[in-house]
Design a protein around this ligand. Structure first.
Ligand code: NIG
Ligand code: FE
Length: 418
């Protein structure tokens, strides 16, 4: 039995507790459920009580000696951050492409010339399962150090059954052996593999016939994602893949309207995808359709910055009633970062989210985007004790002081990991 943990004197305890269950939009994104001079009692990795320090003292003073007491010293306490979109399992590195892009090469041109996703696919195919496992551990440690206690992870650097399985099995091992929670997504249609060039439909057939059943049989993924983009997969092909995945119990997600407006947001709404990702070029009709269907917009402002593109219309989406989540998109090409705090800053700076909306997007709404809102994303009785103590006084200060990691301590399931 581990000792209970008693956190006291948080200047702001941002619980994110709310009556709004499920993805939040509009005003609901601004309600952080803040408790001033807040306190938490944690036992067996689960939050047992939430309230003011005074309230908890009434109930727990007699048990004070049993507990490890953490004095937050009037700093901010939030739920562990959730990153709902990463490509964290990959082989190799692509820093030379960074320089090529700075000299003017376009992301899609590099990919079409055999670099980009194809380059990482070659390096991931070559890597052993153990090598991928070791490399990914370093990135997951870095996520924890930045206050992230749950990440989604996508396959998609295999694009053949063998390597897709290898990536997903690495995620399974990481889930068992690393403190962070990693939620797996199958993304076999991340690009068109060179041997299927101009035979995209045949690759779609192959994916549906030979990949999906095996992934489902081995229970290696919960979600199914596809890169729906001009020159990659059409909305029709994406729909086939995602509908086929539904028969195997895989929940659809879509990389949509990243480089060009292509009907991805509309498709996400039509097929009831849990989220649509990127959306830099989402159309007005697509935004309206997502607001109606309740599809979460998973926005990636670090990717937009890194590709030197205009960020998605986060402000407008929230105002129109779309629930917004944010993510690093951690990948070796368009966003090699593990810093959710930076992504929160950028959500404010480049998409004009308010500091409160940005925190909701990185916690509760992010949890909704990977179906984990019952376990994480807010500090409520019965939820996992995934908690961050920050070096700032307030969430406003956290979002204002930009580009710096203000994490002081992180608990994952009640275990101090930072
Ligand atoms: O979400 N846009 C497609 N996929 C990734 C990038 C992958 C890569 O460049 O390796 C993304 O940004
Ligand atoms: Fe991505």
């Amino acid at each position: 039995m581990t000792k209970p943990i008693w956190i006291k004197h948080a200047a702001q305890l941002a619980t994110l507790a709310s009556d709004v269950k499920g993805p939040r939009s509009k005003e609901a994104m601004s309600d952080l459920g803040i408790i001033e001079d807040g306190s938490l009692w944690i036992e067996d990795g689960i939050i047992q009580a939430v309230g003011t320090t005074k309230e908890l003292e009434k109930h727990y003073s007699k048990r004070g000696d049993e507990a490890e007491i953490v004095n937050a010293m009037n700093h901010l306490v939030t739920p562990g951050l959730v990153d709902p979109h990463t490509h964290v399992v990959y082989g190799g590195s692509r820093e030379h492409e960074f320089e090529m892009r700075l000299q003017g090469a376009a992301y899609m041109d590099i990919m079409n010339a055999g670099g980009g996703i194809h380059a990482t696919t070659r390096m991931t195919r070559e890597a052993t399962e153990d090598e991928l496992f070791e490399q990914t551990i370093r990135r997951l440690d870095s996520f924890l150090a930045h206050g992230v206690t749950t990440v989604e992870g996508k396959s998609g650097y295999g694009m053949n059954l063998e390597t897709e399985l290898k990536q997903l099995r690495v995620m399974k091992r990481l889930q068992e052996q690393h403190m962070i929670d990693i939620v797996p997504t199958f993304m076999g249609a991340h690009a068109v593999p060179p041997d299927f060039k101009e035979r995209e439909d045949e690759f779609v057939d192959y994916l549906i016939r030979d990949m999906l059943p095996v992934i489902a049989e081995e229970k290696l993924a919960e979600f199914n994602d596809v890169f729906c983009e001009k020159g990659v997969y059409t909305p029709e092909q994406a729909e086939r893949i995602l509908e086929a995945g539904k028969h195997f119990g895989l929940i659809p997600k879509i990389h949509a309207d990243e480089i060009e407006s292509y009907g991805g947001a509309e498709l996400a709404a039509k097929i009831g995808a849990i989220s649509a990702e990127h959306l830099l070029k989402a159309s007005e009709a697509g935004i309206q359709a997502m607001a109606k269907s309740g599809t979460i917009a998973c926005l990636l402002p670090a990717t937009a910055l890194y590709l030197r593109e205009q960020a998605a219309q986060g402000r407008k989406m929230i105002d129109e009633g779309v629930a917004v989540a944010i993510s690093t998109d951690c990948n070796p090409g368009s966003s090699p970062t593990t810093s959710m705090p930076l992504v929160m800053n950028l959500a404010c700076i480049s998409m004009r989210l308010t500091p409160a909306e940005s925190l909701t997007a990185a916690t509760y709404n992010a949890a909704c985007a990977i179906n984990r809102q019952e376990q994480v994303g807010s500090l409520e009785v019965g939820k996992l004790a995934d908690i961050v103590l920050w070096n700032t006084k307030s969430y406003q200060e956290l979002q204002y002081l930009f580009g710096v990691n203000h994490v002081k301590s992180v608990w994952k399931k009640g275990v101090k990991v930072v």
